[in-house]
Design a protein around this ligand. Structure first.
Ligand code: NAD
Ligand code: MG
Length: 390
């Protein structure tokens, strides 16, 4: 049996992964750990359904609730950030990294030390610590499989190809709910409007990031880090239908596109079964019924996150960790109703400048402590800048 663990099991990616595991033939998977946050009722239910060895909540205050919900089952229970890493230390063949935000970094590193496969939905890990993560995978002969629809698509388009023949990588963006809104309206956008994604059902944070295109900004950096391709060879194109997920352009002019329904179970299932392909219960596309696919250039005036991502890729070093930390802090402020929608990009830009002035961002990342330090510095810079504005 394949030993699997799910970090962030109760989230959108986590639930899609559980769905695939529940459909498998009996005795295909042996579930080691499932983890979540505050939704202990659902976490306990998942642990029972999957017959997990251990269930971990990230939050100590949720420990008692989880313990009660699993009383008498024999399933172990733990809580806190260290317990997440300890759970990732257990022998495992395949780990889903679907915690949202920089909190996914340490459990992901711990899982890599098992030498199995890390299915990486947590793009923040690559943005914050790409070179360290890839080095850790190499040192442990572990495999990282991308579980972002775009990056899974690129990975699939590259099967059997040589990276030296790749001219460019194009990732698509739906453009989010504000694609056609004027700038003045976007400035006044509410949280409810921002989470109303036209094509994908996702967690709240990534939904807001999609509306601001910070998600696409993270994905540009993710592409650069994961595929090792120069920033000027990576493009983002707006594609409102979200059916073409990414395209790889080769030196002979060919473009290999990956087309599929907007259903994350495809990318998750691909990572689960790789290097084989297995039946995945996603809708099959009827191209004649779809009729047409549209593409346009993104508007960097309305979505400055894309411009900032280019600077981050050019700078390298700690810029990704600062960018992500600042983005998370600015997103917290927007969700709390303390800053406007467009203030997020302004705060992130200010944080990048402040942190760079304090200590050049281009200095290389030496270890995970360095990532955490940059993350904290970025969050503080956003907080200070927001206070100055208030
Ligand atoms: P979500 O908000 O639905 O779920 C997040 C999960 O992380 C939950 O299980 C939650 O309990 C847990 N969590 C939250 N805070 C935590 C903390 N501090 N410590 C430990 N666990 C914590 O998010 P999601 O949409 O499933 O996204 C998860 C990750 O996958 C993100 O990195 C996101 O960028 C990426 N991703 C998501 C999608 C998608 O379609 N949802 C697509 C591509 C990539
Ligand atoms: Mg994506």
């Amino acid at each position: 049996m394949k030993r699997v663990s799910l970090f962030g099991a109760t989230g959108s990616i986590g639930e899609n992964t559980v769905d695939l595991l529940m459909r498998a033939e009996p005795n295909t998977y042996d579930v080691v750990a499932v983890t979540g946050g505050g939704n202990v009722a659902r976490l306990a239910e998942q642990a029972r359904e999957l017959n997990a060895e251990i269930a971990v909540t990230a939050f100590d205050e949720c420990y008692d609730g989880l313990k009660d919900a699993l009383a008498g089952t024999g399933i172990e229970v733990a809580s806190g950030a260290q317990a997440l890493c300890d759970a990732a230390d257990r022998p495992c063949d395949w780990t889903m990294s679907a915690i949202v935000g920089a909190a996914g970094l340490y459990p992901g590193f711990a899982a890599l030390r098992q030498g199995g496969t890390l299915a990486l939905a947590n793009k923040e890990s690559l943005v914050c610590a790409g070179p360290l993560l890839l080095a850790e995978a190499k040192a442990n002969a572990a495999t990282i499989m991308p579980v972002d629809s775009e990056h899974s698509a690129v990975f699939q388009a590259l099967v059997g190809e040589d990276m030296s023949a790749v001219e460019r990588i194009i990732i698509t963006a739906s453009g989010g709910p504000f694609r056609d809104w004027p700038l003045e309206a976007i400035a006044k956008a509410t949280l409810k409007e921002a989470v109303a994604h036209p094509n994908w059902a996702m967690g709240q944070r990534i939904s807001v990031d999609s509306a601001s295109m910070f998600n696409k900004a993270l994905e540009l950096i993710e592409t650069h880090e994961f595929f090792g391709i120069a920033p000027d060879r990576i493009e983002a194109v707006v594609h409102p239908e979200s059916l073409v997920h990414a395209l790889v352009g080769f030196q002979d002019g060919a473009l290999m596109a990956h087309i599929g329904p907007p259903d994350m179970r495809h990318a998750i299932g691909y990572a689960l079964h790789w290097p084989e392909r297995a039946h995945i219960p996603v809708n099959r596309l009827d191209l004649a019924a779809i009729g047409q696919l549209n593409f346009s250039a993104p508007d960097t005036q309305k979505f400055p996150a894309l411009r900032l991502a280019r600077d981050v890729m050019e700078t390298g070093g700690r810029a990704g960790a600062v960018f992500n930390g600042a983005k998370e802090a600015a997103l917290d402020l927007f969700i709390a109703g303390k800053v406007g929608f467009l203030d997020m990009a302004r705060l992130v830009e200010t944080a990048l400048e402040t942190c760079d002035a304090a200590d050049s961002l281009s200095k290389p990342l030496i270890g995970l402590d360095c990532v955490t330090q940059a993350d904290h510095m970025a969050r503080k810079a956003v907080k200070d800048a927001a206070q100055d504005r208030a």
